[in-house]
Design a protein around this ligand. Structure first.
Ligand SMILES: [Zn+2]
Length: 124
């Protein structure tokens, strides 16, 4: 496995812990969630399309980004993001706490990607 793969696996493992070492919180309005779109993501084809949308937007917005954990498998990070969004939706909270096994910097690619996942699942 290459070095990015090793780092990816360690980040995923840390992110999956019941208490991940880092987290990132963002404001959230549960009323803005596009429920139809969320439901459509049960289809794996639609989920793949959604991942591509999010990742394309991420690359457009972060032109100087260096490839790493996020790029290794954006789908895994999309799933982490969606899970936190659903939890926040169900509890009608006004903030989402995303797990992060890498760091808590707002410049962390994973955190920037979570921001996009929220944007893409919410109505304009
Ligand atoms: Zn990071």
């Amino acid at each position: 496995m290459d070095i990015t793969g090793l780092i990816y696996h360690s980040h995923i493992q840390q992110t999956s812990l019941p208490n991940p070492p880092f987290s990132y919180s963002l404001p959230f309005n549960h009323e803005l969630v596009n429920k139809e779109k969320y439901k459509s993501l049960k289809s794996d084809d639609n989920l793949d399309k959604f991942v591509k949308e999010c990742y394309t937007k991420f690359r457009e917005r972060n032109q100087n980004h260096r490839l790493g954990t996020l790029d290794y498998n954006p789908k895994t990070w999309t799933k982490f993001g969606l899970k936190s969004i659903v939890d926040a939706y169900k509890s009608k909270t006004d903030k989402i706490i995303f797990p992060n096994g890498c760091c808590s910097s707002e410049n962390c690619p994973i955190n920037k990607f979570y921001e996009i996942v929220i944007e893409e699942i919410c109505l304009e």
